[in-house]
Design a protein around this ligand. Sequence first.
Ligand SMILES: Cc1cc2nc3c(=O)[nH]c(=O)nc-3n(C[C@H](O)[C@H](O)[C@H](O)COP(=O)(O)O)c2cc1C
Length: 370
Amino acid sequence: VTPAPLSFNPAEFAAQLGCRHPIIQAPMAGGITTSALVVAVSRAGGLGSLACGMLAPLAMRQQIQQIRDAGCLNFAVNLFVVKDAEPDGAVLEAAAKALAPYYQSFGLNPAPPKKYAEPLQAQLELALESSLPIVSFTFDLVDRSVIRELRNRGTRVIGTATTVDEALAWEEAGADAVCAQGLEAGGHRGGFSRALDREQLACMALIPRVRSRISIPVIAAGGIMDGSGIAAGLALGATAVQLGTAFLCADEAGTHPLWKRELQQRTPRETALTVAFSGRPARGLRNRFIDQMASCAASIPPYPVQNALTAPIRAQAALRGDPEYMSLWAGQAHAMIRSASSEEIVRQLVEETALALARLNQSGKWSALT
Ligand SMILES: Cc1cc2nc3c(=O)[nH]c(=O)nc-3n(C[C@H](O)[C@H](O)[C@H](O)COP(=O)(O)O)c2cc1C
């Protein structure tokens, strides 16, 4: 039952994954990718992804079941590759001190979190027993034995990379495809090498570089919001595209209403790459928390510790309707966001891609310029 290698041809690739279009709705943790979103995108001919990185195994099982109950059999499940955190006392003390003013102003009691992250092992076991069509990973590489086990059960595996070396590592470990995430992307950077903090490649440089070095299909992610972006991703050598921000204002997305409102402002906010909310670089709409925390960068512990420590602040800010202290993840092209049903969004994306490709074809005259 080991799956056959994936095609580099976008239409064949889509068919192998059980969808009509090589358009993947990105997994978005934190309740954004509801089972309804995954089902609606898949019905529209794209590939829906369920973000399970922050789900306990029980919730993960329920959401997978909801998707299947709705008749959707082809979808991806996404996991965070995170080790158990055991922060030492001094680290926690410094972090608590930096966050104390926010705990105070929101009337919160600083209590140690019950856990920092969901247990990957239990999530993996569930993924294995659920015979999933596709599992994607972000934040780190998984052991090649995990990939082998998944593939032996017929599951295709996609790894996230932000550099050529990371893409090579996924290929070497046995992944079926690599999602190459450019710097434009909304949400967390999915890379794991130290280069994450140094050379940060946007899609225009990342996609062709990865494409030329690996021999499994590349999925382009980052800043793609319309058909011209999809055509560009394919032109750069990707076999498929993955869009996150483009679905944040979809009717079926679980995005908080305030977050949607901020994304729909006529004058768009700028985005920033920040470690303030979670301890791992992530791109979101710039707000007061990001700006203020910049002065205590040295006290911010790595993911998932900071993420757990800021969770009560973010939750309280959402309750009080204050977007300045919420994590409003969004990619650099968010100003092009559309608010519609995800079926309508996918339909428009497909139509626009055909138009963009036809426009390029017709302008065969461009070569006359040379
Ligand atoms: C709100 C939000 C949450 C995200 N959560 C995840 C996640 O759980 N797992 C993952 O692999 N990628 C996650 N991403 C990153 C996406 O997979 C993808 O790389 C990104 O959305 C592409 O850039 P774009 O937002 O400009 O389309 C998230 C992105 C956003 C915007």
